[in-house]
Design a protein around this ligand. Structure first.
Ligand SMILES: [Zn+2]
Length: 516
């Protein structure tokens, strides 16, 4: 990071020295002064069976380095161990010039993450993910000599929210922020990066992911045109992110290494694992040539730059974590009280508030008012996970006395401090209240203070029924192909509980907004 800052400084110094020349060329060819389109190029680096994949990894890493491109290599634990066992320091050294990220311990050996997380709720799912995948993350960090892994992404369609929520525990947190990079449609926000379950997520990129078919001799020109068109569209939208992904093994195999062994639930013992059939050297060479042309084209598109997963927290900082202003909280309370349909994320100017942020900040603000402390603005938030369980059914309670509401608010504040998540239920005496209803009541009390200059101590607090967490609409429905579409899962594999947990974690969903 230090080195990169120095390079930036040098670049600015050069720009200043060359200012008259640079100034005369302001316009389309000046990437620094127009909407930036970032290209995130990532490789699922996973084939631990075919030795030719090691060479493909090295060649890719080197050809990108030669072009000044840094990519993100998501490495499987067993792949890292295999490179070490085979003595491929050359491959490790070449890959280390790029972002080192994580892609599970064993990838397709059953049970896969979605298979073992399918029966879990949030908390035992997080523990189980850490138990099964933590060792591989330790190995990748050790073998590649990195302190943190820059992102994680799932094998195939084996997605689960518990994995995202667990990333900090296994060392996937560049600059202290967990990043998730993959492609799929379990959860998404209109083709743009978003925050979800305590992580910055690039997923379901819709029209903003692309790739060139490696083994089609006619593929280069249409792929170049496609990526140029995406960049042009994003520029008109003020900038954006393009996701491009491959697997190094695609250059050398005829069939995916895992399909050969672990198809549709098959789970042969290690001693029976077979390498996949390999492509001819000519086919591999032609694919590298095409890929080089594709990369060279992308490098020449004006206003486009390559970024890695560890750049993402800098590109998409979350200003809400440093503090929310009184004005923002007043606006949030107003919007919460006006929300007829349900509770959604909110964007104020360039700041995005998930429902969990709104819950946390209003609880903290009201808690300080109850303590009769002077509120210090801006009010920082740590960020919460969503509830671990579904809410209780709506009870008969329609209003709450102030002392009962006050005590419940202080208890919620303590719960947030200790558990760092939105409670699945808020106890008002013996009554369990859904957190959505409680959030609306928090907004009412906060707004009361704004209007009356004091807390509603001689009032009752209305407890209106909130019907829906609107952010949960961004989580996919449970359809047959959602998990079963990946050839490694059994064809009829379904994981409805993963989606239930995912909808609860939609409390944390909000757009990731660029700093520039
Ligand atoms: Zn993979």
């Amino acid at each position: 990071m230090k080195l990169r800052i120095q390079q930036h400084n040098l670049a600015w110094l050069a720009l200043l020295l060359l200012w008259p020349a640079a100034h005369s060329q302001l316009g389309a060819a000046s990437p620094a002064l127009q909407a930036t389109v970032n290209v995130l190029l990532w490789f699922d680096t996973e084939d631990y069976l075919l030795p030719a994949d090691d060479d493909a990894c090295r060649r890719l890493a080197e050809m990108l380095s030669q072009r000044g491109i840094r990519a993100t290599f998501k490495i499987v634990g067993e792949k890292a161990r295999v490179l070490e066992r085979r003595g491929r320091r050359d491959v490790i050294t070449a890959l280390k010039k790029h972002d080192i990220a994580y892609h599970t311990d064993l990838h397709s050996v059953h049970p896969t993450p979605a298979e073992y997380l399918a029966p879990c709720d949030l908390l035992d799912g997080i523990s189980e993910f850490v138990r099964r995948e933590g060792g591989g993350a330790v190995d990748v960090r050790r073998i590649f000599g990195v302190k943190t892994l820059s992102c994680y992404g799932q094998p195939g369609s084996s997605w689960a929210p518990q994995a995202i929520a667990a990333l900090k525990q296994i060392g996937v947190a560049p600059h202290g922020v967990s990043c998730y990079v993959d492609e799929g449609d379990h959860v998404g926000l209109k083709g743009k990066p978003f925050w979800y379950a305590d992580a910055l997520v690039v997923y379901d990129m819709a029209d903003n992911w692309t790739r060139m078919e490696l083994h089609d001799p006619q593929a280069v020109e249409p792929a170049n045109q496609k990526v140029s068109a995406i960049a042009e569209r994003l520029r008109t939208e003020g900038g954006g992110l393009i996701s491009i992904f491959y697997h190094p093994c695609e250059w050398v195999h005829r069939e995916f290494w895992d399909g050969v062994n672990f198809r549709r639930g098959a789970n042969p013992p290690r001693e029976q694992w077979r390498p996949p059939p390999q492509r001819s050297p000519e086919e591999t060479e032609a694919a590298f040539q095409r890929f080089g042309q594709y990369m060279d084209h992308i490098r020449t598109i004006a206003g486009v730059r390559f970024v890695t997963a560890s750049d993402l927290p800098g590109i998409y900082p979350d200003p809400v974590r440093s503090g929310a202003s009184r004005r923002d909280l007043q606006e949030l309370a107003k919007r919460l009280l006006a929300s007829e349909q349900g509770i959604d994320f909110q964007v104020i100017d360039h700041r995005a508030y998930s429902p969990a942020d709104q819950f946390e900040l209003l609880t903290l603000a009201l808690g300080q008012m109850i303590d009769a402390k002077t509120l210090l603005w801006p009010l920082p938030s740590r960020g919460l996970l969503g509830p671990d369980l579904p809410p209780p059914p709506a009870g008969a309670l329609t209003e709450v006395s102030w002392p009962a509401f006050r005590d419940a608010t202080l208890d919620v504040r303590d719960f947030m401090r200790v558990r760092q998540r939105v409670p699945a239920r808020v106890f008002v005496g013996a009554d369990a209240v859904p957190p959505l209803d409680f959030l609306r009541a928090l907004a009412w009390a906060f707004d009361y203070e704004r209007v009356h200059g004091g807390l509603p101590e001689s009032e009752t607090v209305p407890l209106a029924k909130v019907h829906e967490l609107l952010t949960a609409r961004h989580v996919a429905a449970d359809t047959p192909g959602l998990f079963g579409g990946w050839v490694i899962h059994k064809e009829d594999f379904r994981a409805p509980k993963i989606l239930e947990v995912a909808r609860l974690q939609a409390w944390t969903l909000k757009p990731a907004l660029r700093s520039d």
